[in-house]
Design a protein around this ligand. Structure first.
Ligand code: MN
Length: 707
């Protein structure tokens, strides 16, 4: 094929022989992979990747970028895998092809303004390597140039997408020439009739204006010559789409838009920009309020120029852009400028990347001094190195989340109820845990269960304020509810010792008591009992005393024991000091605001606290108590290699879970004291673990830790 020979000859202008060889290899590979495939136009498919690579070569993209461009459709359209590409062409090329393929999988379901902005951000977020975006944009440009082969409906859809998504990205990256061509091509397919009429009108007008324009340029050149300023002056043509847009947005007629002459002045250095401006303003009067200094304060995409509008010699306005040659390169090619104008001495890819980064960094620095620096910083950072990720909901909408967000954040983002009841996530159709961190482009679906509840551990990984506050709020409400439930159990026991059925207490009685206590409701009183603010038997007495008899009723006996059915949630806690487990003799202690804390009856810590007997509640284990409880074991052992592994094995063999380990060497004599926090079912389970530990060689003593 002669096209490839032509192409590689052109590459020789800026790539060395080994680089050209890489590109040729990529071409051969892609050509045989796509063999037998044809484009809608009937041409062999390989003409498309070749055209894309050739667009990129005009930006002087490096050899790896060109190879990736030639291969950009093989993963999607042929049986070639990423692994194969990696072995044949190396990791960077494979990563780029993979990146482009991923972008292709995004379906643009909607082009509503807000959605379009999200799509653009998503594209930028997903393409970690700026070359991936350049390949994607070149791909789109070639598809737009050859759009005639598509059906009219497809043509409109693709043109719309290009105008809404890809052209703005080109603009954002400063790829101005590309931006304009994408706009014009989109306009041509979206509005064929208007495009044809306008194009014809512009062509005619240009013919008429040529004479005027030439005289204008001559006058300006003459002015610079006299002032001794080196400047190249040229006329600037408006694009079809820009004329159309201005007519529409400003409600101008064609001649109002088109009778403005555009002139561009290029000078050697930034200072000369201002000198060149001075000469112009001396030549023609500037229109007030039209001067803009983008040299001192560049636009967000790095664009720099002085803009001024003058009253021209023939009564028509004259729009002038003044900039240096360097600024002009960036204005035309933006982020690609560093490849485009790379020095001939073979500056490596890393250098081009670094220059791009430096360029972006430079933007930040220039801007941090300007007025709206904050807004700008947010824009550039957000656009090119997003702090946000963008994921799809099952309905195809896009949700923006901060980097690090998890499936739980997503669930709360959809709806508080979804968050409260989520149990797992399906991410890209794969079932994954809720703590999974999401990436841009993920499809996320949340599985819920009516009985599921928020878990306090979620607070350790959620990234959004919304999820955090909803979980906290729920847990607070939960504590209130659980406290009330516990309070009710305690109260019912107290009532039982008074031989009163809970149902016998009337609603009026509760009302009266709530009023007396200044509580809002029965629930509040029960919760107060549950957290130990009120004593159950005092409330029971108050509820059962005959109205009018006053407080002189004989004090009731303390109620019977409260039965613990298992790990009871937030209202009942097991003391960390003595770690009671089922089977132990226990006692409940109310701590203000914390609810009931269960200790061993002989807990040393509790005894030291000298608690009021009124704060203690009898508790006992239910016969069929369930759950896992934290217990502590102290082991005295001679130190040796592999000791910890043996001990851990002994615990695991008895089905114990270790959740904490600490150790100390009391005398430095090779004997160490170890503490294990172990989760057990009950005393028998703990005894089995202790037995196992005693069998480990070199263990001298095993003891349950009670303090
Ligand atoms: Mn393609």
């Amino acid at each position: 094929m002669s096209e490839i020979a032509e192409f590689t000859r052109h590459l020789g202008h800026y790539l060395g022989p080994p680089d050209v060889e890489l590109v040729e290899r990529a071409f051969e590979y892609s050509d045989s992979a796509h063999r037998g495939q044809y484009r809608k136009s009937g041409e062999p498919y390989i003409t498309h990747p070749l055209a894309v690579a050739s667009i990129l070569s005009q930006w002087r993209i490096d050899a790896q970028g060109l190879a990736a461009a030639l291969l950009h459709d093989v993963m999607e359209d042929t049986a070639v895998t990423k692994g194969e590409l990696e072995t044949t062409f190396g990791k960077p090329v494979a990563e780029m092809v993979d990146g482009v393929s991923k972008l292709d999988q995004i379906e643009f379901t909607s082009t509503e303004d807000a959605q379009a902005e999200n799509f653009r951000k998503m594209l930028l977020a997903m393409a970690r390597d700026v070359r991936v975006i350049l390949i994607k944009l070149a791909d789109r440009l070639h598809n737009m140039r050859t759009l005639d082969a598509m059906s009219p409906a497809n043509r409109k859809r693709i043109a719309r997408e290009t105008l809404d998504i890809y052209a703005p990205i080109a603009n954002r990256l400063g790829l101005n020439a590309l931006y304009q061509e994408l706009q014009d091509l989109s306009f041509k397919h979206l509005n064929p009739l208007r495009y044809r009429v306008l194009t014809a009108a512009i062509k005619a007008a240009r013919g008429n204006r040529r004479e005027v324009m030439n005289r204008l340029l001559e006058a300006i050149r003459e002015g610079y010559h006299k002032a001794g300023i080196h400047a190249s002056v040229s006329g600037r043509e408006k694009t079809v789409y820009s004329v159309y847009k201005k007519m529409r947005e400003k409600r101008y007629t064609f001649s109002q838009v088109f009778d403005i002459y555009g002139v561009r002045v290029l000078v050697p250095d930034p200072t000369s920009c201002y000198a060149a401006l001075g000469v112009l303003h001396a030549l023609y009067k500037p229109i007030p309020g039209k001067f803009k200094d983008y040299v001192a304060i560049p636009k967000a995409n790095g664009y720099q120029s002085l803009h001024t509008t003058l009253f021209g010699p023939f009564g028509t306005p004259l729009e002038v852009q003044i900039r240096t040659h360097d600024m002009h390169r960036v204005a035309e090619a933006g982020v690609a400028a560093h490849w485009l104008y790379k020095r001939q001495d073979g500056v490596g890819l890393a250098e081009a990347q670094r220059e791009t980064d430096r360029w972006l960094q430079g933007l930040l620095e220039i801007q941090s001094e300007s007025r709206d620096s904050k807004e700008f910083l947010e824009n550039v950072k957000g656009d090119l190195f997003p702090e946000e990720i963008y994921v799809f909901t099952p309905k195809g909408k896009i949700m923006a989340l901060p980097r690090g967000a998890t499936a739980v954040d997503f669930a709360y983002g959809v709806h508080t109820d979804i968050g409260h009841h989520c149990v797992a996530a399906r991410i890209n159709y794969e079932l994954l845990p809720l703590r999974t961190e999401l990436k841009s482009g993920d499809h996320v679906e949340i599985l819920t269960a009516p009985t599921a509840r928020p878990n306090p551990s979620w607070l350790s990984f959620v990234a959004t304020g919304k999820a955090r506050s909803r979980i906290r709020h729920y847990l607070k409400g939960l504590q209130q509810k659980e406290s009330a439930a516990l309070g009710e159990r305690l109260l019912n026991q107290a009532l039982a010792t008074l031989k009163v059925e809970p149902e016998a207490i009337t609603w009026e009685r509760w009302e009266a008591l709530a009023k007396e206590y200044g509580a809002r409701s029965q629930l509040d009183i029960l919760a107060d009992i549950g957290v130990g603010k009120r004593l159950s038997f005092v409330v029971a007495q108050a509820l059962t005393r005959t109205p009018g008899r006053g407080d002189d009723a004989a004090p009731a006996a303390k109620p019977g024991a409260l039965t613990l059915r298992g790990v009871e949630g937030v209202a009942i806690q097991y003391a960390k000091c003595c770690r009671p487990i089922p089977g132990d003799a226990i006692v409940g202690h109310f701590r203000k605001g914390q609810g009931l804390v269960v200790h061993l009856t002989d807990c040393v810590t509790l005894r030291k606290q000298r608690v009021d007997a009124a704060e203690l509640v009898d508790v006992e284990w239910a016969g069929d108590v369930e759950g896992v409880f934290d217990a502590g074991v102290r082991v005295l052992v001679s130190d040796r290699r592999g000791l910890l592994a043996d001990l851990a094995m002994a615990i695991a063999d008895a089905e114990g879970n270790i959740d904490a380990i600490s150790m100390e060497k009391p005398d430095g004599a090779g004997v160490i004291a170890m503490f294990f926090g172990i989760q057990v079912r009950d005393r028998r389970h703990l005894a089995a673990i202790v037995r196992n530990l005693r069998r480990v060689p070199d263990v001298r003593r095993v003891q349950r830790a009670r303090t």
